[in-house]
Design a binder for this molecule. Structure first.
Ligand code: ADP
Ligand code: ADP
Length: 229
């Protein structure tokens, strides 16, 4: 059984008299442990797909299974539960809270999931995994961009998510830090993490082990990526 199964997913938006078909019949399996890059031109439906996978939104029609459970029509509170307990998110702009320390930022998902016990230990462990345990008392503003993204990745890892969704995670990084972040992702996948990344950068996409190609709301192809051992 795949971790996620999308069956004939449609997401249509009403815009006055017109219907925008952001996704128009997407069928896709995401296997546990897989590492996929989502590619496609602007407006093709990548963000819509990521919103559905991230429980931020639900499909107009079609079925989405997560671990075998039908999650196509969950209530907002159930969707929030999946976000807090099953998913990790990494963003282009890091989205760290500037007034909180690194440690406090990383433990936030545990606070949302009301998992207060061991939260500091788990946050320290996650920071250790990304090589940032020497910065726990710093504020995000005291860190470089690459360091901020590693902290954001620690935050995404801290609740041991089944799936990490990364939206243009290297878009604000210089070349050296792009490489570091991608090496970190490679290591996480080697340890069994499932990861989906949206990117415009073909070199970044090369790290993934499969490509999900979106155009005009359709998948025009899924293929094995250029990853070499
Ligand atoms: P991408 O991420 O590939 O740029 P999107 O998923 O953002 O593409 O958008 C796909 C299509 O759906 C576009 O035509 C976009 O304008 C439209 N769209 C996305 N979100 C909305 C919305 N909330 N309301 C109306 N149209 C939307
Ligand atoms: P990197 O090691 O990711 O290439 P830099 O060379 O930009 O990062 O930064 C080196 C060190 O300087 C980092 O450890 C970081 O903590 C610190 N630093 C970077 N930017 C700032 C800043 N705006 N304020 C305080 N410290 C900073």
């Amino acid at each position: 059984m795949a971790l996620i199964e999308l069956q004939e997913i449609r997401k249509h938006y009403r815009m006055g008299d017109e219907t925008v078909k952001a996704l128009d019949g997407v069928t896709l399996d995401i296997e546990a442990g897989s590492y996929a890059a989502v590619l496609g031109p602007s407006g093709s439906g990548k963000s819509t797909l990521m919103h559905l996978l991230g429980f931020m939104d639900f499909p107009t029609s079609g079925t989405m299974l997560f671990d075998g459970d039908d999650v196509s029509r969950l209530s907002p509170s159930k969707r929030a539960w999946y976000r807090a307990n099953r998913l990790g998110f990494v963003f282009q702009t890091f989205n760290l809270l500037p007034r909180l320390s690194v440690l406090e930022n990383v433990r936030l998902p545990l606070d949302y999931a009301r998992q207060a016990r061991n939260a500091n230990d788990l946050a320290r462990e996650a920071l250790d995994r990304v090589g940032m345990s020497h910065r726990i008392e710093h504020r995000p503003g005291q860190l470089s961009g690459g360091e901020r993204q590693r902290v954001a990745i620690a935050r995404a890892l801290v609740n041991q998510p089944k799936l990490i969704l990364a939206d243009e995670p290297t878009g604000n990084l210089d070349t050296k830090n792009v490489e570091r972040v991608m090496e970190l992702f490679d290591a996480l996948v080697d340890e069994g993490q499932t990861l989906i990344i949206v990117t415009h950068d073909l070199e970044v996409a090369q790290h993934a082990r499969s490509i999900i190609l979106v155009r005009d709301g359709h998948l025009v192809g899924t293929e094995e990526g250029g990853h070499s051992e």
